[in-house]
Design a protein around this ligand. Structure first.
Ligand code: ATP
Ligand code: MG
Length: 398
């Protein structure tokens, strides 16, 4: 078995290299920490306040005295911003008796920026003060790695997403036990691991057991999320690039779909196929569960290069065909995002721009504009927040 031996040797070599790569990407202390500090202007914008308003509240003692850098400038951490929201009574999100909004960032085409978009959306919402749960439904586990989950630790763990979703396990109340904290005080994750691939096969095997077993296998994640929907404002799902049983599970669990599509012909065409498959899956499942429906379906153009004529043209086609369903601003292709990805981070987590400060600010403003639109769609799902949806002024203020 020459090929088995070759593969074994390659696996060992890769395993050895993995920890070296991780050390290079993440703080030598071995655990990712959230070191970001925000200027008064940036923090105030995320808080929907002005820097002057913040300073006044601090001077009057409504807020604790801010931290001050050696250059005399005020700065804020994510934890400071959470404390400020508490003190001012401006925590955003659902009312106590409402449920978390579940957003699937989904498209079955590979490499269209699903995980990157989902990670940046999660961090943006974290900065805006929402309580976020990310569910990594992809056996590749790239989202879990970006949140610094040590996948080896999950191997002997019984409370994993793979075990929860497996039709062989009948532990109906174990979803909450799969959740772990991240370096963000207000973002938790339900991590993925390779076992999810086996679970997908087990779920697929329920085809032998008849329609009711299949319907249950399609909705396992939906049932699991019920347990925790009171504890978070937003739950973000990162599905694998395929429409197997895992993909259908994220479709049936979602309240809203965000579909990332690069402005490239092949991606555009395959998205039509994705939408048809979604339609068929929903029709099938609605026979068992008529409650599955979406509050919003939005296409977001990703990795956009406006200077490329064919992409600019393709974007116009997308705007025309998706009309009201399109997020107005495309996410630009950016070296900042690419480089943050190499460091297993989002651009919101880095303190030092990869390129110039200007390029970094352009990239962050672009993402803030896109996600402010998504935030508005999310807020519309809560009757209590319909009237006070996210501000349009965020990017201007930053
Ligand atoms: N806006 C962007 N600018 C620059 N690079 C990007 C951008 N979005 C994504 N990328 C890069 O493109 C690659 C693919 O992105 P990502 O992993 O998010 O795609 P995906 O759709 O989740 O892939 P998969 O189908 O394998 O799950 C990554 O290397 C990522 O860093
Ligand atoms: Mg992905």
């Amino acid at each position: 078995m020459l090929s088995a031996q070759t593969l074994d040797a390659m696996i060992v070599a890769c395993e050895n290299a993995k920890s070296v790569l991780r050390r290079a990407a993440i703080d030598p202390s071995e655990r990712k920490t959230l070191n970001i500090t925000l200027s008064a202007a940036v923090a105030a914008a995320y808080l929907d306040r002005t820097p002057e308003g913040l300073a006044k509240a601090e001077a009057r003692g409504r807020l604790p005295a801010p931290k001050v850098a050696s250059n005399g400038r005020r700065f804020y951490t994510v934890a400071d911003m959470i404390a400020i929201r508490e003190a001012l009574g401006i925590r955003p999100g659902k009312a106590d008796d409402e449920r978390a909004v579940v957003v699937a960032v989904q498209n079955f085409k590979g490499g269209v920026s699903k995980s990157t978009t989902a990670k940046h959306l999660a961090d943006y919402l974290g900065l805006r003060g929402y309580r976020v749960l990310v569910v990594d439904c992809d056996p590749q586990a790239s989202m879990s790695v970006m949140f610094d989950i040590n996948l080896e630790e999950l191997i002997d763990e019984t409370h994993t997403l793979s075990n929860f979703l497996s039709p062989q396990m009948d532990d109906a109340d174990s979803f909450a036990k799969t959740i772990r904290h991240t370096a963000w005080p207000n973002i938790d994750i339900c991590p993925a691991n390779l076992g999810l691939q086996d679970t997908e096969w087990e779920l697929t095997a329920t085809i032998e057991d008849g329609p009711s077993a299949i319907a249950d296998a399609f909705r396992k994640l939906r049932f699991g999320l019920e347990e925790v929907r009171g504890d978070y404002d937003v739950i973000i799902l990162d599905p694998p690039p395929a429409m197997g049983f895992l993909g259908v599970n994220t479709l049936t669990a979602a309240d809203g779909l965000l579909i990332p599509v690069p402005a490239r012909q092949l991606d555009y065409l395959s998205t039509i196929h994705f939408m048809q498959t979604c339609r068929e899956a929903l029709e099938l499942i609605s026979k068992f569960d008529p409650t599955i429906d979406y509050g919003f379906i939005r296409v977001v153009c990703t990795m956009f290069q406006p200077n490329r004529t064919n992409e600019a043209q393709m974007f116009q086609v997308m705007e025309k065909t998706y009309a009201g369903q399109m997020i107005k601003t495309p996410i630009l292709l950016s070296e900042e995002i690419k480089n943050a990805g190499v460091l297993m981070s989002s651009i919101y987590e880095v303190n030092k721009p990869y390129g110039s400060h200007q390029t970094f600010t352009r990239c962050r403003d672009n993402l803030n504009t896109v996600f402010a639109e998504v935030e508005r769609e999310i807020c519309k799902q809560w009757p209590s927040r319909l009237a006070q949806i996210g501000t349009d002024k965020l990017t201007e203020a930053l």
